[in-house]
Write a protein that binds this ligand. Structure first.
Ligand code: TRP
Length: 461
């Protein structure tokens, strides 16, 4: 063990750790990404696959990340090197650091939009309605070459600021108040949104599956990617957070609480967005701008106090995004601190600056770089697709296989706090077989290869 490892900081309390993990999980993924991806993939059938992904794959891998992190007490790469020296499992760590760079690069762009909206409400900008409505307002904002960059920069600077001070001082406390407030606001707004006239359409969109959507393999990949993204899974964010945990805590309860809260947040956010989407006649599949066009309409409908709710909402959304962004940056920073012996301050600033620069093309993709498309997607969407739908599930696959096959079962059971119990054995079994096979099938299905293989056996999908 080198000296840095013995000097690593620790969460103050078990609650502090759970709050930090929740702060990482709950963010733009639950509100911005969940609603637009659900809208694009047809609603209820997608939602069902998403929840199955959370239960069968997400929670077991969440437990796996906590277990690896607490056992190894190191960053993503260091954890694999320590637990399995010289073995190829460390690929998951390297992939994780790469994913942190990519995800935070575009995450900061969207978070910047949220901060911009907050400021608009603060200065009363939304009271003067744009000639083409909120869609026009939003479109004009994101296509400007400078404005989104400025807010992205500001958001990255705040993220760096928190990581610079240290995870414990920086985030352990801030979420204690802000997250419950966001929850109350989202619940209140979803009840209000139901009164706008789109409730029955929204409920059937979200809860009455159109099974024909399930013949499209890409829906499964979208659901899997969303599950990983929303739970902050597959790139070691929770390995890193687990590594700041002392040996005393009990992990399974923490994993289930984080996943339950995160999923409830997403579904309630859906109940807030979709009734309004249908009431205002917005297309559910209108893409990443969905919440930025829908929410201001809700606030306007509320009338006088609506502006205050708008201000509060975008403030809390930005704060939730900040605690998620911190966990992304921390993955890379923890790695650079150990690997290159940098101080925390130096690592936070350098890595943060690189990620800001990496995010510039995503920001400009709606403006000056509008014509560029990668795999038929805009730059930001392409970065999101690559990291969320490919890298995260791949990282998760390796993490599952590592516990299932790379560790002795008795060691895994002990390190996880499950002990030799039925549920512990079920957990190892899921990581060994169920999750890897499912992830593999989803990858196959999304490439269309599954159809080809099923065709050999005479099965038509
Ligand atoms: N889960 C966060 C959200 O829903 C985003 C996030 C934070 C994340 N850390 C992550 C996503 C690590 C993937 C991996 O907004």
């Amino acid at each position: 063990m080198n000296q840095l490892d013995t000097n690593r900081e620790q969460w103050n309390t078990r609650l502090g750790f759970i709050l930090a993990a929740m702060g990482s999980a709950v963010g733009l993924g639950n509100i911005w990404r969940f609603s637009y991806v659900t809208g694009e993939n047809g609603g209820a059938a997608f939602l069902l696959i998403y929840v199955l992904c959370i239960i069968l794959i997400g929670i077991p891998i969440l437990m796996a990340e906590f277990t690896i992190g607490r056992k190894a007490q190191s960053d993503v790469v260091g954890s694999f090197n320590k637990l399995a020296p010289g073995k190829p499992w460390v690929v998951a760590g390297i992939l994780g650091v790469a994913s942190a760079f990519i995800i935070l690069s575009f995450y900061a762009v969207i978070a910047g939009w949220s901060v911009f909206y907050f400021i608009q409400y603060l200065i009363g900008g939304f009271r003067t309605t744009h000639a083409d409505g909120y869609g026009g307002f939003f479109g004009e904002f994101i296509s400007s070459p400078i404005q989104p960059l400025f807010w992205q920069f500001l958001f990255m600077a705040m993220t760096v600021g928190i990581v610079y001070v240290g995870v414990k001082k920086g985030i352990e406390k801030s979420n204690r108040i802000l997250m419950p407030l966001l929850a109350i606001l989202v619940i209140g707004l979803s009840i209000y949104s139901m009164t706008l006239g789109g409730a029955s359409e929204a409920l059937s969109f979200l809860f009455t599956p159109d099974w024909s959507a399930l013949t499209n393999g890409e829906v499964y990949l979208a659901a899997l990617g969303q599950a990983f993204f929303s739970l902050s899974l597959g790139m070691g964010a929770l390995i890193t957070y687990g590594s700041y945990l002392s040996k005393k805590e009990s992990l399974p309860g923490a994993a289930v609480s984080v996943a339950t809260l995160d999923t409830a947040f997403a579904i309630i956010a859906g109940l807030m967005i979709f009734p309004a989407v249908f009431a205002f006649g917005i297309a559910p599949d209108s893409g990443p701008g969905l919440v930025f066009v829908t929410l201001p309409g809700i606030f306007e409908n509320i009338g006088g106090f609506g502006q205050v709710f708008g201000l509060l909402f975008f403030f809390l959304l930005s704060a939730a995004a900040l605690s998620s962004a911190v966990s992304l940056l921390e993955v890379a920073v923890a790695y650079f601190i150990r690997k290159f012996d940098w101080t925390r301050k130096k690592a936070a600033i350098i890595v943060g600056a690189i990620i800001f620069v990496l995010g510039i093309p995503s920001s400009l993709g709606n403006g000056p770089l509008n014509d560029i498309s990668i795999f038929g997607l805009e730059i930001l969407d392409a970065a999101d697709f690559l990291a969320s739908n490919i890298f995260l599930p791949l990282g998760g696959l390796i993490i599952a296989l590592f516990i299932g096959w790379g560790w002795k079962k008795a060691d895994a059971l002990e390190a996880s706090d499950f002990g030799n119990t039925g549920i512990g054995n079920a957990w190892v079994f899921v990581l060994k077989w169920v999750a890897p096979v499912l992830i593999f099938i989803v990858f196959l299905a999304s490439t269309g290869l599954l159809d080809v293989i099923l065709g050999w056996f005479g099965v038509e999908s």
